[in-house]
Ligand binder design. Structure first.
Ligand code: NOJ
Length: 549
């Protein structure tokens, strides 16, 4: 124990010494970003809170999935305790304060607020927890940047509605009634099918939940986002079947149920309409008096054509349409992109004229982008490929190498490479296509394998260089006219990385999950120096210093 503690202290001392010595030379400066720019760090409820049974919280889909299907998580672990943030939030707020960030992005656990959805009561202990957190942040001058839904939904809603497929289930039910040619009054339907009573479409559940949050916290929250990365989560849930409810079909995988070609689009449709309903409610009933803003967060990977053939150039464009335009086109233009309609035809749901109006009349105030990486896109319309991957439905094959050369240094997350210049491309793409709407980089970060040596985990030169280089390209996009309002590092602390469990580390602070001790990494010191100093900060010299040492 004593030896371990001494080693840890020695490592921290070395890290701090290296960081102090790191010359503030050429490179990046806080002033490269506009005044009022938000610089923050991000987390999500299931990944850090723990306390999964405390204070009347309901179980959510991830609680149940990680317990029943532990084998699907790399290390078989779960978020029962995670970073124990629920009990240690004051320490985490102090960490944020030490980092000198002016904003903190976190998500609210739906099952902590409404353990049984709208049919149960509001959990006052859940409301009290987020009130304490928000107040503690504001006392330190840190703006809360709140995500309403970051992958976790109350388990009861998953079972009652089939989660995000909820609306689809209702349609199926109606279709059955119609095809059986029995004409029933709504009252009789209710009598014959008690389940129908519970079949409020799922989006009404989300609208209700978001209303409870606006009402409880909106007097102090200036930044709301409805969903985190629905374009990524629906693919992991319903194409690849890696996230609950673990739906998929061949060639993507062999799950006990699912339809990888149809369900992700049905779920996404429902999410888009849930988003629009929440935005409509916020804009109609809260925005004027509370003075906040509302947006959505999309995962944006950049796609480079594998070759300069017309086919691969189109494939890269198509992959981007299936990644970004899938969600942002309906929100901005009222419909899905042409590329998706052409390929998916009847598997892509259609918006009614009223729904189109609801979407278009309730524009987001900002777009959140989670950006980490880039990859090559190869066309699969004119040349044969295996289509069992994330991009398969777009008839694209994504690959990290071109002529044997890798697109960027690999990270601990499979398929995530270090490609800093992609930051500028992503931002310019979103900025140009969606009419200069304010963009926040709501996540960006570097992952290390947990089996890396303690010294290298703490002395995270690669993370420093990653952040430095990505921020450089972000500042370049701003100079070219992109309207960017903030940047959030993922993440303040190591946490539960979904199917990777705790085997992958993203924290500016290392966490010892046995003791819950938080230990600052070199990147934490670097981020604070960058935010507090007016001189130039350089990632590259840290890189060469490390090589010399
Ligand atoms: C995306 C997700 O929003 C977050 O939950 C995840 O941990 C990071 N990116 C890293 O994969």
């Amino acid at each position: 124990m004593a030896v371990a503690a001494a080693t840890r202290i020695a490592v921290v001392v070395v890290v701090l010494a290296l960081a102090v010595l790191a010359p503030a030379a050429r490179g990046l400066r806080r002033d490269d970003f506009p005044p009022g720019f938000l610089f923050g760090a991000a987390t999500s409820a299931y990944q850090i809170e723990g306390a999964y049974l405390d204070d009347n919280k309901g179980l959510n889909n991830w609680d149940v999935f990680t317990h029943l299907q532990a084998g699907r998580i790399s290390d078989g672990r779960n978020g029962d305790v995670a970073d124990d943030h629920y009990h240690r939030y004051t320490e985490d707020v102090d960490i944020l304060h030490n980092l000198a960030v002016n904003s903190y992005r976190f998500s609210i656990s739906w099952a902590r607020i409404l353990p049984r959805g709208r049919l149960g009561g509001v959990n006052s202990a859940g409301i009290a927890f987020y009130n304490r957190l928000i107040n503690a942040l504001l006392q330190k001058g840190i703006q809360p940047f709140v995500t309403l839904n970051h992958f976790d939904i109350p388990h009861e809603l998953e079972t009652r509605y089939g989660g995000w497929l909820g609306a689809a289930i209702r349609y199926t039910y109606m279709a059955k009634l119609i095809s059986s040619s029995v004409v029933l009054s709504p009252q009789l339907q209710l009598k014959l099918n008690p389940v129908y009573v519970h079949m409020h479409v799922f989006r009404e559940e989300f609208e209700y939940y978001s209303d409870v949050c606006f009402n409880a916290f909106g007097d102090r929250v200036r930044f709301w986002t409805t969903f985190n990365e629905p374009n990524l989560s629906t693919r992991h849930q319903y194409i690849l079947g890696e996230f609950p409810p673990n739906h998929c079909s061949p060639p993507f995988g062999n799950c006990s149920s699912g339809d990888s070609r149809r369900e992700p689009y049905a779920a996404a449709h429902n999410i888009l309409l849930s988003h629009a309903a929440a935005v409509h409610n916020y804009k109609t009933n809260y925005q004027a008096k509370q003075g906040g803003s509302i947006g959505i967060v999309i995962a944006v990977k950049w796609y480079e054509p594998l070759t300069n053939s017309t086919e691969d150039v189109r494939a890269a464009r198509r992959a981007l349409a299936f990644e970004v335009d899938w969600f942002l086109d309906p929100i901005f233009f009222g419909d899905y992109p042409r590329e998706m309609r052409e390929i998916l035809s009847s598997n892509l749901p259609k918006f009614t004229p009223e729904e189109k109006k609801l979407l278009q009349n309730n524009k987001v105030d900002f777009i959140g982008i989670n950006h980490y990486t880039a990859i090559y896109a190869k066309d699969c319309i004119y040349s044969p490929c295996t289509l069992d991957t994330y991009e398969g439905n777009a008839l694209v094959y994504a690959i990290g190498r071109r002529n044997g050369k890798i697109i960027g240094k690999p990270t601990a997350l499979h398929g995530y490479f270090v490609v800093p210049e992609a930051m500028e491309k992503v931002v310019m793409y979103v900025n140009d296509r969606y009419r200069n709407t304010t963009i926040y980089i709501t996540e960006n970060g570097y992952s290390q394998h947990s089996d890396t040596s303690m010294e290298d985990l703490i002395n995270d030169v690669e993370r420093v260089n990653y952040m430095h280089d990505y921020l450089k390209y972000l500042s370049s996009a701003i100079r070219k006219g992109a309207n960017v309002g903030g940047y959030f590092a993922w993440s303040i602390v190591d946490n539960f990385e979904w199917v990777y469990g705790y085997t992958v580390k993203f924290g500016l602070y290392q966490v010892d999950f046995d003791t819950q001790e938080r230990i600052p990494r070199m990147s934490a010191k670097w981020y604070r120096d960058f935010l507090t100093s007016s001189s130039l900060t350089d990632g590259l010299q840290v890189r060469s210093r490390r090589a010399d040492s």
